[in-house]
Design a protein around this ligand. Structure first.
Ligand code: C2E
Ligand code: CA
Ligand code: CA
Length: 403
């Protein structure tokens, strides 16, 4: 494997690179001092001297254009070389708007530098790649604007999917799932817009609305259920919370306050969090979950077994429920391996005293098999698709345990 970060040593007077050179590494000065110079009318003009801790060569690293200055060591100098390969991944994953800003600033700087040196203004970046970056940023900003307008226009609604007690057959709770109903009546799947909302930060505002609506509708559903069967425990409401919302303690406090100041019984509220949150930033996740738990809500791990399968976090966090991902349930009939995985997840959950919900049950035989393996709760199209609140209330009145 080639090293993408390493040291190099230069003696006094030695050139590190020369104007016009092709090169795309940046350099941190570890010790020593360098001089940056350009040529004007055939004369060398020193434009800067840099000391330890400063960086140079960064522009070509970003836009891959030839060097626009010469850098010479003024004394014995050690530099840390950062190869462009080290930056390709971070550069390609930055927000398109940030990328555009970076490139535009750089292009304008290079143009004015060229003019200063009496050269024809030309972009360091090739025009095609800048166009592409501009288009991506434009698409992103447009999508963000559309999403924000949809939120303001009230185009989002919550649907609720029953979670059924597999032994008794009654509805034990619901999962709140967001829907975007466009003006033309068509629905956009959350799979399309939640990631965008996360990348743009809009999930914070949207997430507050989701929690508020979920809490409010749980209270209404609990009221209906109390009237139908006064002795039965009210159905819980499981609400999805994005890792982005919990990556900030201030926002976590806002969400906790929302639960505490609502009229919902916190024990009837469950927040669904995906595994990746715990794995990517375990300390922050632990702090956020502990804060949420102060309000009395319980926590479910969503899509369990799909991403990281790191079991080490399970006992570190205050969890209440594991949700088995649909991918395992679908394959249970045909794959002995999938069946074994489901069985192990169920056994693991039982050993850790966690509730277990299987997702994506589409066939009676899947439901029966899960029940036989000891799975307590299930949800899926076989029982009911997610529906608007009014339809769910009508549906409850027909369900065992409630009618
Ligand atoms: P998820 O949290 O894993 O939600 C379960 C998804 O499986 C839902 O898709 C649900 O409609 C679907 N589903 C349930 N039963 C079946 C079944 O029997 N067969 C099949 N094929 N699918 C079934 P949906 O509503 O499209 O949501 C997709 C994802 O979008 C969710 O996956 C969740 O990650 C995200 N999402 C949805 N609503 C919210 C929300 O309010 N907040 C956040 N942060 N994310 C949400
Ligand atoms: Ca979920
Ligand atoms: Ca899930």
């Amino acid at each position: 494997m080639t090293k993408s970060v390493y040291s190099m040593q230069f003696s006094a007077g030695e050139e590190i690179f020369r104007i016009g050179d092709r090169g795309h590494n940046a350099f941190f000065i570890e010790t020593g001092r360098v001089e940056i110079s350009i040529a004007r009318n055939g004369e060398k003009v020193v434009v800067a001297e840099l000391d330890a801790g400063e960086i140079f060569g960064e522009m070509s690293m970003i836009d891959d254009a030839p060097r626009s200055a010469t850098v010479t060591a003024l004394e014995e100098t050690v530099v840390i070389v950062i190869e462009r390969s080290r930056m390709i991944q971070p550069l390609s994953s930055i927000d398109p708007m940030m990328n555009l800003l970076l490139r535009v600033v750089l292009t304008r700087f290079r143009n004015s530098q060229n003019q200063m040196m009496g050269l024809r203004a030309k972009s360091g970046e090739d025009a095609k790649s800048l166009d592409e970056i501009r288009r991506l940023a434009f698409d992103r900003i447009n999508a963000e604007k559309t999403l924000r307008e949809a939120l303001e226009a009230g185009e989002f609604e919550m649907h609720y999917q029953p979670i059924v007690d597999l032994d008794e057959g009654h509805v034990a709770g619901f999962e709140a799932l967001i829907r975007w109903r466009k003006k033309d009546g068509g629905f956009v799947s959350p799979v399309e817009f939640i990631p965008l909302a996360e990348e743009t930060g809009l999930i914070v505002e949207l997430g507050r609305w989701i929690l508020e609506t979920g809490l409010c509708d749980q209270i209404e559903l609990a009221g209906v259920c109390r009237a139908l069967a006064p002795d039965r425990k009210a159905p819980f409401m499981s609400i999805n919370v994005s890792g982005v919302q919990l990556s900030d303690m201030d926002e976590t406090r806002v969400l906790t306050d929302m639960v505490e100041s609502s009229n919902a019984v916190p024990a009837d509220i469950k927040l669904e969090i995906t595994e990746s949150l715990m794995v990517e930033n375990a300390d922050q996740a632990a702090a956020a979950l502990a804060k949420l738990r102060e309000s009395g809500v319980s926590i479910a791990i969503d899509d369990f077994g799909t991403g990281y399968s790191s079991l080490s976090y399970l006992h570190q966090f205050p969890l209440d429920t594991l949700k088995i991902d649909r991918a395992f349930v679908i394959n249970m009939d045909t794959s002995e391996n999938a069946r074994r995985i489901v069985l192990s997840i169920i056994q693991l959950a039982l050993a850790l005293d966690l509730n277990i919900v299987a997702e994506g049950i589409e066939e009676k035989r899947q439901m029966d098999a899960l029940r036989d393996l000891g799975c307590q709760y299930g949800q899926g199209y076989y029982m009911s698709k997610p529906q608007p609140l009014t339809d769910v209330i009508a549906f409850m009145k027909t369900m065992p345990g409630w009618k």
